[in-house]
Design a protein. Structure first.
Length: 256
């Protein structure tokens, strides 16, 4: 089975400080990979490197593109990378305001991504935006409201709809439930789990919350000081962590 996405020996340093070092992994279609660790562990730096948000010092990232097969992302032109980010890849930010255009209506936020790939029929775009609002449990009566009129949890669901409307095959998620109330987190996790299963999405999700990994991830990696210290099936690592740092993370949750 060929991987959909592959990162090899990703290293990023800030002077003498290590952001992430020599990190390698594959992700397959329909699989969810959780990357966990405390603040400063390097998980967000890694996510930003592999998703193209920032550059990295060494290593490579490959993606199985529909039209050319397994391709080194470094060989793509800037227009090709931008198009890929609008079609087969998507990025869900922790703060939904970073992933939404706050001065544009909810429907416009969803429709904009469609227009970026060539959609032009206003009626079709609006109908698709309305359909996706329903799928993420937002009232279609609010299609013309701007995002600042929505709660934080609703903004996050709108950001998810905006990202999924073009049917990407790989989603990067950076702490998607961070900063939300516990009850809102639970609803969002239920929604994400349903969409992942329904659409067969591959997801790379960064989080400090092990409950998120337990609910969503098939596999997980534990990072400490920029390096991967343990990886494996999510349930196995959570139920029987082998590395001392992983044991500390799991035990800290159990003690809460």
């Amino acid at each position: 089975m060929t991987a959909l996405f592959s990162a090899k020996s990703i290293t990023k340093k800030y002077g003498r400080q290590i952001g992430c070092e020599d990190v390698s992994f594959d992700v397959y279609a329909g699989e969810v990979l959780g990357i966990v660790g405390e603040s400063g562990s390097g998980k967000s730096t890694l996510l930003n490197c592999i998703s193209g948000q920032i550059g990295f010092d060494s290593g490579s990232v490959h993606f199985d593109m529909r039209d050319r097969g397994f391709c080194d992302m470094a060989t793509l032109s800037e227009p090709e990378r931008r198009f890929l980010a609008r079609t087969d890849m998507a990025f869900v930010h922790q703060n939904p305001r970073d992933g939404l255009r706050m001065a544009v209506s909810a429907g416009g936020n969803i429709g904009e991504r469609l227009m970026n790939i060539g959609a032009r029929h206003y009626g079709d775009i609006r109908a698709t935006a309305s359909e996706w609002m329903s799928r993420v449990e937002l009232s279609t009566n609010r299609i013309d409201d701007r995002p600042f009129a929505f709660s934080g949890g609703m903004q996050q669901r709108l950001q998810i709809a905006r990202n999924l409307v073009t049917a990407p095959r790989l989603i990067f998620m950076d702490e998607p439930t961070g900063g939300l109330d516990v009850s809102v987190q639970a609803r969002l996790l239920d929604l994400l789990r349903g969409l992942v299963q329904e659409l067969g999405l591959a997801v790379i999700i960064v989080t400090h919350d092990l409950a998120v990994v337990r609910m969503l991830a098939d596999r997980m990696m534990v990072m400490q000081q920029g390096r991967v210290v343990e990886e494996g099936l999510a349930d196995q690592v959570l139920d029987d962590p082998q590395h001392a740092y992983s044991q500390l993370l799991v035990s800290s949750v159990l003690q809460v």
